[in-house]
Design a binder for this molecule. Structure first.
Ligand code: Z5A
Length: 218
């Protein structure tokens, strides 16, 4: 097994089931003797969680798209330096709920920002670090939105700044993720996320087994 831990990111539209699956993935790997760091973006450290709060706060006035982009990378830089890079360096596997592919999807495809500018920040903050694998939880926008709406009603939650966007915004994001998956087939694994939880877990098991086989022969 390689000395650096593997970096696995979870991506997808809202309500796709990433958070629900995160625990399953971590437990699956821990049972096979791997030390796992489970984390999320934006967030993952105290400073990055404070930036997350600003990014999601629907009570704040509208934010310029460039400001949103820079805040995502400010949170990411802190997260990388304090948590992700140290964990990978000692051989732990990092399971991160969203990472830079979300920036391309949301700020790039969603808000219409130039991908080349995102790429500059990506290299600036990450050097040549990229996820080893990205599990894309692909779901049709309506089903994802229905899940989020049902959860908000059940838990009496207010919608955040992103959840208030229209379905066209989420359509562009889904298209963006699927385009990236085509462009980076070695990195991406697509999970059909509209299926019931047990079927999603079956798909994850299949994908993780293959990742483990590949990691052990590196
Ligand atoms: N963002 C960005 O713009 N740029 C960036 O670079 C980054 C992020 C890193 C973070 O908010 C927001 O930041 C996000 C993108 C943006 N905005 N959006 N939208 P977040 O972390 O709060 O949002 P999220 O990542 O989308 O989380 P989510 O909406 O909670 O989705 P999820 O984690 O994929 O889903 P879940 O919480 O696991 O499940 C949602 C509900 O569905 C829940 O009630 C589950 O019980 C239910 N569920 C889950 N799986 C199933 C299945 N299989 N069947 C039926 N019901 C299910």
């Amino acid at each position: 097994m390689s000395q650096r831990g593997l970096f696995i990111t979870l991506e997808g539209g809202e309500g796709a089931g990433k958070t629900t699956s995160r625990t399953y993935i971590s437990e699956f790997l821990k049972q096979r003797g791997i030390t796992v760091l489970e984390t999320r973006e934006p967030g993952g450290t105290e400073v990055s969680e404070a930036i997350r709060h600003v990014l999601l706060d629907s009570a704040l006035p509208a934010m310029h798209a460039d400001t949103e982009l820079l805040l995502m990378f400010a949170a990411r830089n802190e997260h990388l330096q304090k948590k992700i890079l140290p964990a990978l360096a000692v051989g732990h596997w990092v399971i991160c709920d969203r990472f830079t592919d979300a920036t391309y999807a949301y700020q790039g495809y969603g808000r219409g920002l130039d991908h080349a500018r995102i790429a500059v920040l990506e290299t600036w903050a990450q050097g040549d670090l990229r996820p080893d694998y990205t599990l894309l939880f692909d779901i049709d926008v309506q089903t994802g939105m229905q899940r989020v709406r049902a959860r908000s009603e059940q838990l009496a939650l207010n919608t955040d700044r992103f959840e208030q966007e229209k379905s066209e915004f989420f359509d562009r994001i889904r298209t963006g993720y699927l385009e990236r998956a085509k462009f980076y087939p070695d990195q991406y694994r697509i999970i059909e996320a509209a299926k019931p939880v047990l079927e999603v877990q079956q798909q994850l098991k299949h994908v993780l087994d293959a990742i483990l086989v590949k990691a052990s022969i590196k």
